[in-house]
Structure formats: structure tokens, C-alpha cells
Design a protein. Structure first.
Length: 271
């Protein structure tokens, strides 16, 4: 049995993610333009990122007014309940801007600092992933009903399909390209999807053997990290550390440690 509060938070996250996903999918204007930039001129925010975050925070606040928020587009409220919502209203904004399908809405609920529920909705793929702490990871999609997620069985690193992402700051992404160049001869192949939350869910669903990226923020990985772990994947950062801005890694039990060692040797966590 999972905690009733965790289930309550999950249900609210699911409602908010599905409504925000529908807004983003159905409300995307034909002339969608960049509303602002973040870390660099190519790291963009659209009007739809902002609208989706307002929808999510407004819906949750109506039902749980004492909760806190941490959102990519500026939502920052301390709260008094011990619950904090970590929100990426549109993960994969550049994909969304260009009309590519790999983007998502990511919502996680933390209780006293621990992630206890998470939802990642990928509307253009027709899929929604979710998990509560200790309750496994699940997904809905083109199949009937909910499907329990299990990461792939152990495979040697040289047979692993690994995904990664690249920062929008030129110096950082140049170093990331060097790391990928060193890694690619040692694995089956590398993918670059464009949404960290979707990549983490694809590890959970057995579509990837591993994923790593430098430069992620809490809202990029909070929900996806829980979903991957509940599906049996291992997650972390540098050796002995949790996923962090320096480095975030997820992988099957057979891939995680050798991938982590290589990334440490290659200095994936610094310029």
C-alpha cells in the first residue's frame, strides 16, 4: 500500500499535467515565437511555457493553497505544508518551437525534500508516465489500460543505447560534444531526444539502456528520476552523489556503473 497523501499528490499532478499538455498541444499558435531567452540566445522560452506554468500552479494552488512551488518559468513559493511542487511546464521547448514531437510536461511533488510522486506527460506521443514512491512506475499510451514499466535487463555497456543532451552555452556544449565523441565507440549508439524528462521515462520503459546529461535543473529531472528508479533503473550523479546540475545519470543496473565510471574519467562534469 502506498501512502494516501502520495496518491492524492499523484492524482493532482496527473490532472495538472494532462490539462497543461492539452493546452500546449491544442493551443500552440501557428506563429509561435520566442518570448524570452535564458542561459543564451538559443535557450528559449515561449509564451506557451509561461501559460502552461500558470495553469499548473493555479490549479494546484486552488486545491492545496499551503504548498510550495519551484517552477522553471519563475514560480517560487516556500509554502507551509511540507509539500513542494517541482514543475517544468514544457520540457523540450526548442522541439516544441520547431514542431517536433518530443516535448513534455513534468510535475513532481516533494514531501519534506523527498520526491514522492511524479508525472511526465508527452502529449504528441500520446503517453503519460507516473510513479509514487514505493509504488512502481506506470504508463498509459496506445495500449489498453495502465502498463507497469520495467527497465531493460542488464546488457554490457558496448551493447547499450544511451541518450544525452547538450547545454545551450557554447563552451559547455563543446565540452559535451568531446565527451560524446569519446563515449560513442564504447556503446551501441547515442541518441539526443531534446527532453530530459522523456529520456528518463524512456529508460524506465526499456527504450534506452542509459541516459546522462550535465546542466540539468531540479525541474528537469525530479519526476523522471523517480519514474526511472521505480522502474528498476539506477540513478545518480558523480560517484556517490545524487543527480545534480554537475551530472545526472540513469541506467539499467548493468549499464549505470560502467557508464558513470567512463563519464568520470572523461570529466563529463566540468569544462
Amino acid at each position: 500500500m502506498t501512502d494516501p497523501l502520495h496518491q492524492e499528490l499523484l492524482a493532482l499532478a496527473q490532472e495538472a499535467a494532462l490539462k497543461a499538455g492539452a493546452l500546449l498541444r491544442d493551443g500552440r499558435p501557428a506563429d509561435l515565437a520566442v518570448a524570452a531567452t535564458k542561459s543564451s540566445p538559443i535557450d528559449v522560452v515561449t509564451e506557451m511555457d509561461i501559460a502552461a506554468e500558470k495553469l499548473i500552479t493555479g490549479l494546484i494552488s486552488e486545491q492545496r493553497p499551503d504548498d510550495g512551488f519551484l517552477g522553471e518559468e519563475g514560480a517560487s513559493v516556500e509554502g507551509t505544508s511540507g509539500v513542494r511542487w517541482v514543475i517544468d511546464p514544457l520540457d523540450g521547448t526548442v522541439n516544441y518551437l520547431y514542431g517536433l514531437p518530443t516535448w513534455s510536461v513534468s510535475i513532481a511533488a516533494e514531501l519534506h525534500g523527498e520526491t514522492v510522486a511524479g508525472v511526465v506527460a508527452a502529449p504528441m506521443r500520446g503517453e503519460t508516465f507516473h510513479a509514487v514512491l514505493g509504488g512502481g512506475a506506470w504508463a498509459t499510451g496506445a495500449w489498453e489500460g495502465e502498463r507497469r514499466l520495467t527497465c531493460r535487463s542488464a546488457a554490457p555497456l558496448e551493447q547499450a543505447l544511451v541518450s544525452t543532451g547538450f547545454n545551450y552555452v557554447t563552451e559547455v556544449r563543446s565540452h559535451q560534444a568531446d565527451v560524446a565523441q569519446k563515449l560513442i565507440p564504447l556503446v551501441r549508439d547515442i541518441r539526443r531526444g531534446g527532453s530530459a524528462a522523456v529520456d528518463l521515462c524512456d529508460v524506465a520503459a526499456g527504450r534506452l539502456d542509459g541516459y546522462y546529461e550535465r546542466g540539468l535543473n531540479p525541474w528537469d529531472l525530479a519526476a523522471g528520476d523517480l519514474i526511472a528508479r521505480e522502474a528498476g533503473a539506477l540513478t545518480g550523479g558523480r560517484p556517490g552523489e545524487r543527480p545534480a546540475r554537475d551530472l545526472a545519470i540513469a541506467g539499467t543496473p548493468g549499464v549505470f556503473e560502467p557508464l558513470q565510471r567512463l563519464l568520470e574519467d572523461f570529466g563529463a562534469w566540468h569544462d
